[in-house]
Design a protein around this ligand. Structure first.
Ligand code: SF4
Length: 201
């Protein structure tokens, strides 16, 4: 029998408790704390960024800086409240001095994200920026070519729409990118209603 949303939420809390003590890779020695992710444990929409930055590492929450504020505002513009989505990163611990994560660190951390997707059961996973998009699509095509076009993918054992988006940090740097991100976010309400080919309802 399928787990109820309440059972899945409790299981997600168990995964969080386990993850916050994770020492599977070297980033456990330099982080302040694990940034597991935050939001609605039964969200239809999940955002996945790259890795925690300095402020996220301090607060233990994802997207709490200016990028996060912009994302929250832009979501509000299309009628989506941040509390209704779940936001996580591909990597749960901050790489020192924001260096690029090593391939082995990404690989070692991936099961946590898979577990999150499996338990939250989103219909849409929106990847923020090049790094998360390339990792979750398994395709090296750059974000400028793939943004805004949903792809059907298997993630965490589930079929989902993966929607590549520009990272809000890039939108902060260039107003043209902000316009593209806003236009792509505006497609979300419709995408959330679209039937997933071959998926359970
Ligand atoms: S980055 Fe991931 S795998 Fe590495 S210690 Fe943190 S939670 Fe564990």
């Amino acid at each position: 029998m399928a787990a109820t949303p309440e059972q899945r939420r409790e299981q997600l809390v168990d995964v969080f408790r386990e993850a916050r003590n994770c020492e599977r890779c070297a980033l456990s020695r330099s982080r302040t704390q694990v940034v597991f992710g935050a939001g609605n444990a039964d969200a239809d929409l999940m955002f996945v960024g790259e890795a925690p930055g300095a402020e996220e590492d301090r607060q233990g929450l994802p997207f709490v800086g200016r990028s996060g504020a912009l994302l929250t505002a832009m979501l509000g513009d299309v009628g989506i409240a941040r509390k209704d989505v779940f936001i996580a990163n591909t990597l749960k611990c901050r790489p020192p001095a924001n260096r690029d994560p090593a391939g082995s660190e990404i690989e070692t951390c991936r099961p946590w994200l898979n577990e999150q997707i499996r338990l939250i059961e989103p219909r849409v996973v929106a990847t923020l920026g090049n790094f998360a998009t390339k990792l979750l699509t398994g395709d090296q095509t750059g974000i400028t070519r793939v943004h805004g076009r949903p792809q059907v993918r298997e993630l965490g054992g589930r079929r989902v729409f993966l929607l590549p988006l520009f990272h809000p940090a890039a939108a902060l740097r260039a107003s043209a990118t902000a316009d593209l991100l806003a236009a792509d976010l505006a497609t979300l309400p419709q995408l959330l209603q679209r039937p997933l080919p071959g998926a359970e309802a």
